[in-house]
Ligand binder design. Structure first.
Ligand SMILES: NC(=O)c1ccc[n+]([C@@H]2O[C@H](COP(=O)([O-])OP(=O)(O)OC[C@H]3O[C@@H](n4cnc5c(N)ncnc54)[C@H](OP(=O)(O)O)[C@@H]3O)[C@@H](O)[C@H]2O)c1
Length: 311
């Protein structure tokens, strides 16, 4: 079962988050409803989407619309911590964090999601061409209007995220209290430049920063796109080798999959010095969801955590 945790910003979220990126495009609506129902039944509540998912496979409206249909049909809005985002391109429109864009896209998201508020609204990526004052004031106005409860930042350099929050503190605006970035058990090949500059994998400095600020890392693509089970799907910018072998051997001993142990490791990582609360965010079918959360019921000992950390 999935447990709930209390974040420092007051949100009570499940210890893992469900990615809705492909809902309505490669995942048909009926399947998406099944995944969402199962996630709630297992104890989950933290659901992640964006105003542009998945525009490379459709229009970019699909994911939010499917979620909106599900929320209306099930009448379960109060049981879900809903996160969406603004700032990335969708077919040549939408990229950027100017006030006009933020104010426009929240209305679009609320309409599609069939709700009058989102629990967490992320800047999907930094916009260095817009002043931080304009962006943070616009986000704050949404919180003051009750359309958004909390703010997060995704794909920001750590120093820019910190600057945004220093500015918010100076002006009395709402800060970012959740960071979302790519993170998993395997180490990335930092020598390989990310395909997109924003898409940088999480390094130790970012983790120490979040630990210091008592903020969580929502870890996207936390299952390496299915690569723990099928190495041919492992993105080329991860180091497999000894670390993957250690994960697989320990998973086999415990009778769970490597994906499930990777999730359990991330959930337990905050027990180690220098690591923040990590909330693995992943997309999965109902079958894989049931497998993926099996590690959450197991107790990972300090020795096991150390062995996984040091591999
Ligand atoms: N902030 C950002 O810029 C950003 C970027 C990317 C993603 N995200 C968010 O993160 C979420 C997840 O990211 P992602 O989809 O890129 O990566 P992911 O969660 O690492 O990978 C999803 C893939 O893993 C497969 N999978 C899951 N469990 C499996 C298992 N036990 N065995 C085999 N395959 C398994 C799924 O297949 P099945 O469907 O068949 O289970 C799916 O194809 C997205 O939905 C989105 O909400 C955010």
């Amino acid at each position: 079962m999935i447990k709930k945790i209390d974040l420092s910003n007051g949100l009570r979220v499940s210890e893992v988050a469900l990615g809705a990126m492909m809902f309505g495009t490669t995942t048909p609506e009926a399947d998406a409803f099944g995944i969402l129902d199962a996630f709630l039944d297992f104890g989950g509540n933290f659901v992640d989407t964006s105003n542009n998912y998945a525009h490379w496979a459709g229009s970019g409206d699909e994911s939010e619309k499917v979620l909106g249909n599900w929320l209306r049909q099930r009448g379960c809005r109060d049981r879900v911590v809903l996160a969406t985002k603004v700032g990335f391109d969708r077919h040549g429109e939408g990229a950027g964090l100017r006030k006009a864009q933020i104010v426009y896209w929240i209305e679009e998201s609320l309409r599609k999601l069939n709700t009058d508020y989102v629990d967490l609204y992320y800047a999907h990526t930094d916009d260095a061409s817009t002043s931080m004052e304009e962006t943070m004031e616009a986000f704050d106005s949404l919180v003051k209007a009750g359309k958004v409860l909390h703010l997060g930042g995704s794909n920001y350099d750590t120093w820019r995220y910190a600057e945004a929050n220093m500015l918010a503190a100076q002006r009395g605006w709402t800060p970012f209290t959740v960071m979302q970035q790519s993170f998993t058990y395997l180490h990335p090949k930092f020598e390989i430049a990310p395909k997109y500059i924003f898409n940088e994998k999480t390094n130790r400095e970012r983790l120490r920063f979040l630990r210091d600020k008592d903020q969580p890392l929502v870890a996207y693509s936390s299952l390496c796109k299915g690569g723990y089970e099928d190495e041919s799907r492992l993105p080329g910018d991860y180091i497999a080798g000894e670390r993957l072998l250690t994960l697989r051997l320990m998973a086999a001993e415990k009778g769970i999959t490597a994906s499930a142990l990777a999730i359990a490791w991330m959930v337990n990582l905050h027990r180690c010095p220098g690591f923040p609360r990590v909330i693995p965010l992943f997309g999965s079918s109902v079958k894989h969801l049931a497998e993926n959360i099996r590690g959450l019921d197991l107790k990972l000992t300090d020795q096991e955590l150390q062995a996984l950390n040091q591999a």
